[in-house]
Design a protein around this ligand. Sequence first.
Ligand code: SAH
Length: 213
Amino acid sequence: MRDTLKHQGKRNQLLELIASKGIRDKSVLAAIGAVPRHLFMDSGFEDHAYQDKAFPIAAGQTISQPYTVAYQTELLQVKPGDKILEIGTGSGYQTAVLLRLKAKVYTVERQLSLYKKTSLFFKKMGYRPKRYVFGDGYKGLPEDAPFDGILVTAGAPRIPKPLLSQLRVGGRLVIPVGEEEQTMMLITRTSEKEFQRRECGSFRFVPLLEDKN
Ligand code: SAH
């Protein structure tokens, strides 16, 4: 599959739609407009790629809805050169949006089959996260902390403490918290010991799974 004018046309329509739903950040819209979402899905599903919907990918997981990707990215306020940790690489679509914003991206996935598949895809497409780790996102990536931003792309029953401690002062954590339905939380580290919390609407994600060991 390739990226064609037809795909670009559909992406422009998608941009109008997510802008009408409230996404204002021009750099985020430009990134969504530039990343060929259909290439992150199995071939044959490209007709679904530019609908504003989540879609099944491998291993029972989903590629997040474009509006949700845009919304979480907007909350993160990414600046070029920022160090961003993503938990839940999945298809790699959100990773590619962050790379497009010139972030240094560290991303973690816990499903081995998906990790391997997306790893090959990143190589084929020339997407270069700083690190792509097979592991448990509940632990974050202590060896690469602190981060300017941390983005969790699965529904977390609770806020993992390591993620809070791996934020730099001034850094932001964007995380959907809850079981069935999640509340999007924006947590800003305002000092070494203080965090400011803001609730930013309801969403539905696949669960952030905890390893039982
Ligand atoms: N950002 C992805 C969204 C994928 S859905 C995209 O744009 O396609 C959420 C992903 O989180 C799934 O791939 C799932 O396997 C992964 N996940 C779930 N629990 C996890 C954990 N504890 N650590 C890391 N990844 C996890």
